[in-house]
Structure formats: C-alpha cells, structure tokens
Design a protein around this ligand. Structure first.
Ligand code: ATP
Length: 438
C-alpha cells in the first residue's frame, strides 16, 4: 500500500516536469536541494491561485486592504517578533554520515542514526531557521539583515500606515502575498516543504471582546475558499492545537489539514494571536499602536486573527487532489481534474485535419478566445492524442473544428472529466467558457 501511494507522488512529480508545471531548480547544474522552479503551466496555475486568494481576501471586500512589503526588514523587527531568540528547531546530526534530523522527528531516546545505523548522533542543538545576509559591501554584524521567515511582520509594522492612509476602522484586515524563507532542516515531499516559498497571509485587527466571533468567521471563510478551489471536502479537516503545540503568542489555533499521500499535514493556520504582536512592536519602538474611536470607551491594543496559508503548498494540494488515473482512457489514463477556475489553460483549439478550411477557422477561434482566456492551439497528431495531452495538462475544454464547422459555424466542445462532446455556435464559445470557469 505504502509503495502505491509513493508511486503516485513520483508520477505526479514526473507529470509536472513533462507538462511544464514544476522543474528542479538549476537543473542543468544538477539541481539545488529542495528548490523548484515553476514552468509555463505552473506559473499560470500559481498566478490563478494567488488571484483567487487575493479576490476572496481583499479585492471583493471592503474591510481588508492589500499590502506588498519588502522582504528585507529592519533587523530589530525579528528581535521584537521573537524570531532571533526563538525561531529554532532542535536538530541532531550524525557524526558519521553527516545526515541531519529534526529532533522532534526522532522517537525519544533514539541513539542510532536512522540513515547509516551507527550510534553516532549528537545531542539536540538549536538551529535558527532564518537566513542571514548582509546589506552593503561590508560583512560585519552591523549590516546583518534577514530574509523574512514570514510575511506577517511586514503587516504589523505597517498597521498604522495602512490604517491612517485607508481610513479603515476596526474591525479591518491587511492581506499580503509574498516570499518567505526558512532554512528548514528537513525540506522535502516535493514542494510541500521548501526553503523558499510563498505565503498568503491576512491579519484581521479586532476589539479583544470579539475574538471568538471573528475567529469562527475566518475559519468559515477559509474553508469556503478551498471549496471554491474545488478541493475534495473529505480530504480536508480541522486540527486544533492543544496546550502542547499552541504557540506562546496564540490563544487559539486551528490548522486546515489535507490528506497528502504522505499523511495528514497542515495546509493553513488560523490563529488568534491576541495583542501579542502589536504590543511587542509598541514596546520596542515607543510608537502608540493603541486604537480608539467613538464606539469604544477605552483605548486598546487590537487583537489579531491571522489566516496564514502557503501558496506552494496549496498548489501541491490542488495538483494532488486533481491527479487521477482513469483506466477507461486506454494507454494514456492520466487526467488532472483541475477546477476550471484555476486550470492554467482554459481551452485547447484543434482543427480536426490540416486542410479543407479547418485550420483557418481554428485560427480565428483561437485569436478570438485568446483575448479573454489563456487558450492553446494544437494541430499536431491525432485528435485522441491531443485530447490526452490536454487531459494531462488539466485543460477543462477542448474545442474541435471539423467538417461541419465549415458549413454551419459550429464546433464540438469536449469536457475533460466526462469526455462528453456537445455542439455549439462559434459565436457563443466565449460566454460558454466564461460561465463555466466562474
Ligand atoms: P510547519 O508546521 O509545516 O512547519 P508552520 O506551522 O511552521 O508549518 P506557519 O508558520 O503557520 O507554518 O506558516 C503558514 C503556512 O505557510 C503553512 O501552513 C504552510 O502552508 C506554509 N509554509 C510554512 N513553512 C513552509 C515551508 N517550509 N515550505 C512551504 N510552505 C510552508
């Protein structure tokens, strides 16, 4: 059983490379451990996921503003946030084979190296996950800065700027998508855990008395978003952090978990961070981050409800959830049943044969649809093979121009999942696709 599930992961990784979703980074130099590059389809899928998140979390709302903060921040931010002191994972090294493990991943009392079998493990040592770099030409400690390990701090330090410039009143939120970096000890499982990744985070500033209400509200919103992406609900669940795994700053925390081929794992966290973050920044900078308006008797430091999702991890989830092998499709059974909303290519256009006026009509349909959607033109090989290539790429619709098209301006639209074909007027294709991708 275990072999089968691992094979599925291998087959997905190979599909990603073959179809241009994800490539190993710097591959012609032999790759760089745990770094991946998004190819033409991957970049498009990622952009669609980010757009969907951005629309749900800020563009379609009145109460959440967007932000795009710099990756490099004042180094004191990370002292205040606790990352310099506390963003550590205890790790254990093998003195013989040099393998490195998270102490938490090894059963208590392990003495033998799980890789080489020697009794050569070091005591657990703290390992800070932040990447350091230097600003300016001199590599001294005065110039040390960090690559941000989370996007949230960029939001906290801009809380006043955003509130004052947007004239938002509490409750309101700030949303941001951006890169984060963690020198993870045990990256792996393809793009599940990498050292460079993108986060999609939203921090919602509220009155402390309303924390329960907003916590439940954002839990609902976030679950709904995964439904909008078309993720199978039976593959998702909530996991509540108990006293042992609740972060010191959090009053309550739930993770949305997905059942990956390698087990149930966190996809996103929803956290009640209380007034921890703003109070710490207020203390460190002397800036007044308290809030008061006519609705409240007393000034207060806002509580924060955070929703923190990984973009790459969502993309992996979307791919795994969509990956299917349908044996009824003959020797090319692989189908990526991506939701049309996020699919990189919305429709492929095929002339049945390269003659009798069909390529010209196909070209016209292609040029017309290209103005509204990402579409693909393919005249190579049998129609069956062209369908199979598009099924594997996750394209929801294939439009074929055949002999009848030259007579009555209709085409067939073949739906990826059901393989059903229906006939439609060329003039109606744009609206038909638009209505299906939502
Ligand atoms: P984990 O327990 O998996 O290390 P975390 O609890 O440290 O995650 P958070 O700090 O809450 O994660 O980050 C929020 C989200 O960012 C995670 O739910 C995940 O989707 C994403 N994320 C965190 N670390 C990584 C990573 N190394 N690679 C890819 N995505 C990540």
């Amino acid at each position: 059983m275990a072999k089968k599930t691992n094979d599925k992961m291998d087959r997905l990784v190979s599909l990603c490379k073959r179809r241009g979703y994800i490539f190993p980074s710097s591959e012609i130099y032999g790759g760089l451990n745990s770094c991946w590059d998004y190819g033409p389809l991957g970049a498009e899928l990622k952009r669609n996921i980010k757009t969907s998140w951005w629309e749900a979390m800020t563009a379609r709302r009145d109460d959440v503003e967007g932000l795009d903060a710099a990756i490099l921040m004042h180094p004191k931010v990370w002292e205040t946030s606790g990352h310099v002191e506390g963003f550590n994972d205890p790790m254990v090294d093998c003195k013989v084979c040099k393998a490195r493990f998270k102490a938490d991943d090894l059963p208590e009392g392990t003495v033998k190296c799980p890789k080489c079998g020697n009794e050569s493990l070091t005591e657990p040592r703290q390992f800070n996950l932040m990447f350091k770099t230097f600003v300016g030409p001199v590599e001294d400690t005065g110039a040390v800065v960090y690559l941000r390990p989370e996007t949230a701090q960029g939001i906290y330090v801009n809380y006043l700027n955003v509130k004052n410039s947007s004239r938002q009143k509490i409750p309101f939120g700030i949303a941001q998508i951006g890169k984060a970096f963690r020198n993870e000890i045990t990256p792996g499982n393809f793009i599940f855990r990498t050292r460079e990744f993108e986060q999609m985070e939203m921090q919602y500033f509220i009155h402390p008395s309303e924390d329960e209400k907003w916590f439940e509200y954002w839990k609902d919103q976030r679950w709904s978003w995964y439904m909008e992406l078309g993720i199978k609900p039976e593959k998702l669940r909530w996991h509540e952090h108990g006293p042992d795994d609740l972060a010191h700053y959090a009053k309550k925390a739930y993770d949305i978990e997905y059942e990956f081929p390698f087990g149930w794992k966190e996809l996103e966290g929803v956290h009640n961070r209380t007034d921890f973050d703003l109070s710490r920044h207020q203390e460190a900078t002397g800036k007044d981050l308290g809030y008061k308006d006519e609705r409240f008797d007393e000034k207060f430091v806002p509580y924060i409800i955070e929703t923190s999702a990984g973009c790459d991890r969502t993309l992996l989830t979307v791919l795994i959830d969509a990956y299917d092998e349908d044996d009824s499709r003959g020797d090319k059974p692989t189908v990526l049943r991506l939701s049309p909303k996020v699919a990189p290519i919305k429709a492929a256009i095929f002339p049945l044969v390269k003659k009798d006026g069909m390529p010209e009509i196909a070209e016209r349909v292609y040029q017309d649809l290209k103005k509204r959607f990402k579409v693909f033109f393919d005249a190579g090989g049998s129609v069956g093979r062209r369908y199979a290539r598009m099924d594997e790429a996750g394209t929801p619709y294939c439009i074929t121009i055949d002999g009848q098209s030259t007579e009555d301006d209709t085409v067939t639209v073949r739906e990826r999942d059901s393989m059903e074909q229906t006939r439609h007027k060329i003039a109606e294709l744009g609206d038909l696709i638009a209505s299906r991708i939502g």
